[in-house]
Design a binder for this molecule. Structure first.
Ligand code: C2O
Ligand code: CU
Ligand code: CU
Length: 419
C-alpha cells in the first residue's frame, strides 16, 4: 500500500510446498509464498512501514542484510524475535544508494536451517542517480535476480539434518531462484544479472562455459566507482555482484551456460534481438573518501578455526555481551584476520550489520578490482588480514560475524554497540 512517500508492506514467513523438476513435492519455507520470497523494492528517500508476521511453528527474525538501519530490533538480528503467530512492525526511511541487498532469518542458532528450508528474498534499492545511467531495468527481461543456493534432496525432500555439515552445509544441486536447472531466454542484447550468494557455505566461482566476458557494475552496497570487466568472478556467502552481460556476439539459437568449477547452474538460450554496444560511463558512482578519526586500526578481529572449533576473537557468541563499542558517525579502521592455514584452511566471509564499509587492503596490498565500492561482506582468505574502513550512521547494537551460516550458528559472531 502506498500513501505519498510512505509505503506499507507485509511479509509473512510461512511453510509451503514446492514441486521439483522430478514432479515430487517437497516441504519448503518462504516469505509470502512457499519458497524464497517476493523481491522487495525500496526507493531511496521513501519511508517504509513493514509488518513482519510469523506463520511458522518456531521463532524467526527478519534481517535486512546490507541495509543501513537502526539496530537491533529493526535490523532483525537475534534480538528481534517474532514468535509463532506473532508480528513485529518496523518503520524506516531508506537513505542509501541503489543496491542489491537481501532479507533472511537470523535467530541464533537456527539461521542456517531456516535459510536452508527456503527463507531468503532479494531486496533492491533504486535511486535517481542509477536511473540517470539508463542501465537495463526491465525486471525479468533484462534485469534479473540470480539467487544462488545449493541443496541436496533425500527422497525428494529437503532434509537439513541429513545434509548438515558443521563447516557449512553444501548441496549437490544448484538451486537458482529456487529452481533446479533453470534456463533464461535472452531477448535483449544487454542483460543485468544480480548475483546473490544465498547459500549456507558455497563459494561460487562464476564463469560462462565459453569464458564470455561480463562487466561488474555493482557490489554489495551499490554501484562501483568504475565498471570492471572479468571472465571469472568469485562470490562468498552473502556477497552480491551485479554484472552486465552483452550477448550481442551470439547468434539466435546459441546456448551458453553459467557455471562454477563443479556445478553448471544457469543456461542462457539466445533469442532474437538487435546487437548493441555496451556503452557505460567511465564513472558509475562517486564513493566518498571517508577520513578515519584515528589513523591506526580501532578494531582488530580474529576469525579462527574450522568445524566446531571456529571462534571470533577466541570466543563464542553471547547475546548478553557487548563485545565492542563505537561512536555514531565516527570513521574507524577495522582489521580482520583469518588465522586458518594458507594451504588447507577455509575462507571466512566477514559481515557487519547496519552499515556498508570500504575495503582498503588485503595483507597490505591492493584489493581486488571489484572491491572499490561499498561492501558489507568480505571473504577473508586463510592466513590473510583485511583492512576495512567503516562508519555507522545508525545507532544500536549490531552483529558482526562469519557468514558461513553454520559457523555463525556455532557462535562465530559478536556484537558492536553504536552510541
Ligand atoms: Cu546476512 Cu548477520 O547476516
Ligand atoms: Cu547482515
Ligand atoms: Cu567461517
Amino acid at each position: 500500500k502506498v500513501d505519498g512517500d510512505d509505503i506499507y508492506y507485509t511479509l509473512t514467513a510461512q511453510t509451503g510446498s514446492t514441486q521439483l523438476l522430478t514432479g515430487a513435492v517437497t516441504q519448503t519455507w518462504g516469505y509470502n509464498g512457499s519458497l524464497l520470497g517476493p523481491t522487495v523494492l525500496f526507493e531511496t528517500g521513501k519511508t517504509y512501514h513493514i509488518t513482519l508476521k510469523n506463520a511458522l511453528n518456531e521463532v524467526t527474525t527478519f534481517h535486512w542484510h546490507g541495509l543501513n538501519i537502526v539496530g537491533p530490533y529493526d535490523d532483525g538480528g537475534p534480538h528481534a524475535p517474532v514468535y509463532p503467530g506473532g508480528e513485529r512492525k518496523i518503520t524506516f526511511t531508506v537513505d542509501q544508494p541503489s543496491a542489491t541487498l537481501w532479507l533472511h532469518p537470523h535467530p541464533c542458532p537456527e539461521t542456517a536451517r531456516q535459510v536452508w528450508n527456503g527463507l531468503a528474498a532479494m531486496v533492491l534499492i533504486k535511486d535517481d542517480h542509477e536511473r540517470s545511467l539508463n542501465l537495463p531495468a526491465d525486471w525479468g527481461k533484462n534485469d534479473i535476480p540470480v539467487i544462488m543456493q545449493d541443496r541436496t534432496y533425500y527422497d525428494n525432500q529437503l532434509n537439513y539434518q541429513k545434509s548438515y555439515d558443521v563447516d557449512g552445509t553444501l548441496g549437490e544441486y544448484p538451486l537458482i531462484n529456487g529452481t533446479l536447472n533453470p534456463y533464461f531466454e535472452v531477448t535483449s542484447p544487454i542483460v543485468r544479472l544480480r548475483f546473490l550468494d544465498g547459500s549456507n557455505r558455497r563459494e561460487w566461482r562464476l564463469h560462462f562455459s565459453d569464458n564470455h566476458p561480463f562487466t561488474q557494475i555493482s557490489s554489495d552496497g551499490g554501484l562501483l566507482p568504475q565498471p570492471v570487466e572479468f571472465d571469472h568472478l568469485m562470490l562468498t556467502t552473502a556477497e552480491r555482484a551485479d554484472v552486465l552481460v552483452n550477448f550481442s556476439d551470439y547468434q539466435e539459437g546459441d546456448v551458453v551456460t553459467l557455471q562454477t568449477d563443479d556445478l553448471s547452474f544457469l543456461t542462457f538460450k539466445i533469442g532474437k534481438f538487435d546487437p548493441e554496444d555496451l556503452n557505460l560511463p567511465e564513472t558509475l558512482a562517486t564513493i566518498p573518501d571517508l577520513t578515519p578519526d584515528d589513523p591506526e586500526p580501532t578494531f582488530h578481529t580474529v576469525m579462527s578455526g574450522m568445524d566446531d572449533e571456529v571462534r571470533l576473537d577466541g570466543k563464542l557468541f553471547d547475546m548478553q555481551r557487548i563485545d565492542t563499542r563505537q561512536e555514531l558517525n565516527k570513521v574507524a579502521l577495522w582489521e580482520v584476520t583469518n588465522t586458518n592455514d594458507m594451504d588447507d584452511g577455509m575462507i571466512h566471509p566477514f559481515h557487519v550489520h547496519g552499515c556498508q564499509f570500504q575495503v582498503l587492503k588485503r595483507d597490505g596490498h591492493d584489493v581486488y578490482a571489484n572491491e572499490h565500492g561499498w561492501k558489507d561482506t568480505i571473504g577473508v582468505n586463510p592466513g590473510e588480514t583485511v583492512l576495512i574502513k567503516i562508519q555507522f550512521t545508525k545507532p544500536g547494537v549490531f552483529m558482526y560475524h562469519c557468514h558461513i551460516l553454520e559457523h555463525e550458528d556455532t557462535g562465530m559472531m559478536a556484537q558492536i554497540e553504536i552510541y
